[in-house]
Design a protein around this ligand. Structure first.
Ligand code: ZN
Length: 183
């Protein structure tokens, strides 16, 4: 007969590496399994719940800036209200390469509304895993869950690309946040 393991919570006094305060960390098991091995939990330092909250808010802020404050929904609304026209400049965001740097590419509309779904065809950007056709939401038709998406033109990012090679720039989320006036 299988024995059912009882769940438990263990605590450990630690010093926060961010704010320096002492705090009591806790970890609970689920179905008898702890989220991390107990020896790795019972260490002298960690991050207190307040600093973890601050770090999570920071990550969210950086993620929003990385997307130039667009979501698939707002991009769709934007293109519904401002239908793209041939030759118009748009921005491609490619987050596929690594975690620290993302690519922003300047592209032009080749076909503003192809087919019944009025897909936007651009000219041209490829990392080898995306097609040139995008839904109105900016999702790539070839890999809609992929990390290449179409965004409306952004004057700050567009200017930066034009001052460079005219094709693309690579930026960290921190750099984008600063360029967009955040901190
Ligand atoms: Zn702290």
């Amino acid at each position: 007969m299988a024995e059912r393991k009882k769940d438990s919570t263990i605590t450990w006094d630690k010093k926060c590496t961010d704010c320096g305060r002492r705090f009591t960390d806790s970890m609970s098991s689920l179905m008898g399994m702890f989220p991390c091995p107990v020896p790795l939990f019972k260490v002298p330092t960690g991050n207190c719940p307040e600093c973890r909250k601050v770090a999570a808010a920071r990550r969210e802020k950086l993620a929003a800036a990385t997307d130039l404050y667009w979501t698939f929904e707002t991009v769709k609304d934007h293109f519904e209200e401002n239908p793209p026209v041939g030759g118009q400049e748009l921005i491609i965001l490619d987050t596929s390469w690594d975690n620290s740097t993302n690519t922003y590419a300047l592209v032009k509309v080749e076909v503003p509304a192809r087919g019944r779904q009025r897909r936007i065809v651009i000219n041209s950007y490829s990392n080898g895993y995306n097609g040139q056709s995008f839904y109105r939401s900016g999702q790539n038709c070839f890999s809609p869950k992929g990390q290449v998406r179409l965004l409306p033109y952004h004057p700050v990012i567009g200017d930066l690309i034009k001052k460079g090679d005219g094709r693309e720039v690579k930026l960290t989320p921190e750099e984008v946040l600063a360029l967009l006036g955040g901190e």
